[in-house]
Design a protein around this ligand. Structure first.
Ligand code: SAH
Ligand code: SF4
Length: 442
């Protein structure tokens, strides 16, 4: 979502004459868009700010103008005033819900001594204030359909930093999707902190769910791939599962964070589903779309997690077989209930558990990649490879695929015969025949 927000900020700034600088060294303004989800991400902000302060000084020494330094995103939202005090050289601190006010904030910051703090949750929606025209860099675009979260998992800062759950009206989403499509996006990823809790207003006062939103986006002819992220297991409904069976353009990939395989820990996390319900969901999704690739998020070392609880997580991961996964050590976040819980797990134990789990998850990714050898996949190319003449794209299952191809294939979809399965990617050659690995053909 930060990527999406950054793109929208650039669009707000374009009419003021701002363009993207390749590096921050000589920029008139630098905006750090930050993440508060774990301590490590949040702490990085201050080391980055120190670096930017030095850059600003060097720029002044060269006789160039003063660089405006701004911080946005969830660290800005959470720390606000505290950040202005801790980093007295920062000019603007604003949250993720107020960036439509950037022109006015910049004007204030440029006045002598005018430091800006705006961490409101304004009554107006930023989406109504942002420019309607969208730019797309490449063939793939994010589209925020839902923001915020009311779930209050006990470890998580999102409900505090992003605010309450809000769904954009379906028509606003569809107009933006059409904008993105005409700006060149053939793949659209609908995003939200809790994207499958989407319940946007329809035109006639009805409520639109994610499945029906997806089916409307699928009607846009030039959009060939639709994805969504991140979904919350307890909110997956029958309609979304059916969409995976029925909507050709909906890619066979689902990110379904489980966090833990232990019922006791899931309860302490306030996750609203237990292990059996999660496994049943996996079965239902696979029954609807047998080739679906599943990915997940895991937290190890939640307060009170015993060896036996961790084994439950390990076993769940082993039994489900994820194509890809993110796993983290529990990070105690200020203001969350879990940070104050008894029986915090020692760092050393967290590290050991994380390593064991990651070994398993990595081996699953590798096995899945190796099993792809011999298949033919439709691949949408979206970046250049490390070696000259290489392009990288993704297949329907989100696996990165590296091939030798002409530069004019960039942003095109083509069939690729897979010849190699690596730890994190596939290698192959452009194919002449039909795609077999998925129902999606070039
Ligand atoms: N809404 C999504 C997750 C969004 S946050 C969901 O509920 O599934 C992205 C991921 O960050 C989470 O899935 C979780 O695995 C991780 N995460 C969030 N808070 C964390 C914390 N305090 N410590 C460690 N990992 C955390
Ligand atoms: Fe955080 Fe996701 Fe839980 Fe919301 S549902 S509180 S975003 S982990």
């Amino acid at each position: 979502m930060n990527v999406y927000d950054s793109e929208r900020m650039a669009e707000v700034l374009a009419p003021l004459g701002y363009v993207h600088a390749d590096t921050p060294d000589d920029a008139d303004m630098v905006i750090l868009n930050t993440c508060h989800i774990r301590e490590k991400a949040a702490e990085k902000v201050y080391s980055e700010l120190g670096r930017l302060r030095d850059m600003r000084q060097k720029r002044l020494d060269r006789g160039h103008g003063r660089m405006v330094l701004a911080v946005t995103g969830c660290v800005a939202q959470a720390e606000g005033e505290e950040m202005l005090a801790r980093a007295p050289y920062v000019d603007m601190v604003f949250g993720p819900q107020t960036y439509h006010r950037l022109p006015e904030m910049i004007a204030r910051a440029q006045r002598a001594g005018g430091r800006v703090l705006d961490t409101e949750f304004p009554l107006e929606s930023k989406f109504d204030e942002l420019p309607a025209a969208r730019k797309v860099d490449g063939a793939s675009a994010f589209l925020t359909v839902q923001e915020g979260c009311d779930k209050f998992c006990t470890y998580c800062v999102v409900p505090y930093t992003r605010g309450a759950e809000v769904s954009r009206p379906a028509n606003a989403v569809l107009s933006e999707a059409r904008e993105l499509a005409s700006a060149g996006a053939s793949e659209i990823t609908l995003i939200g902190q809790n994207v499958n809790a989407y319940h946007g207003a329809g035109d006639d006062g009805e409520t639109i769910n994610l499945a029906s939103l997806i089916s409307s986006v699928a009607e846009i002819e030039t959009v060939s791939r639709i994805r969504y992220t991140t979904s919350y297991p307890a909110e997956i409904d029958a309609a979304l599962i059916a969409a995976h069976r029925d909507i050709e353009k909906l890619m066979p990939y689902m990110h379904l964070p489980v966090q833990s395989g232990s019922d006791r820990i899931l309860k302490a996390m306030n996750r609203r589903h237990d292990r059996a319900e999660y496994l049943k969901l996996v079965d239902d999704v696979r029954a609807a779309r047998p080739d679906i690739a599943l990915s997940s998020d895991f937290i190890v070392g939640f307060p009170g997690e015993t060896d036996a609880d961790f084994e439950d997580t390990f076993n769940l991961a082993r039994d489900v077989g994820f194509v890809q996964a993110y796993s983290f050590k529990f990070s105690a976040r200020p203001g969350t209930p879990a940070a104050m819980m008894d029986f915090q797990v020692e760092e050393q134990v967290k590290s050991e558990r994380l390593e064991r789990l990651q070994q398993l998850l990595n081996s699953q990714t590798k096995a899945y990649n190796e099993a792809s050898v011999g298949k033919t996949y439709a691949v949408l190319f979206d970046r250049v490879g490390k070696k000259p003449g290489q392009l990288i794209g993704r297949n329907a299952y989100m696996q990165p695929v590296v091939v030798e191809a002409d530069a004019d294939m960039m942003y095109q979809t083509a069939n690729v015969d897979i010849t190699h399965g690596f730890a994190y990617s596939l290698g192959g050659t452009l194919a002449l025949g039909e795609s077999t690995g998925t129902r999606i053909s070039a």
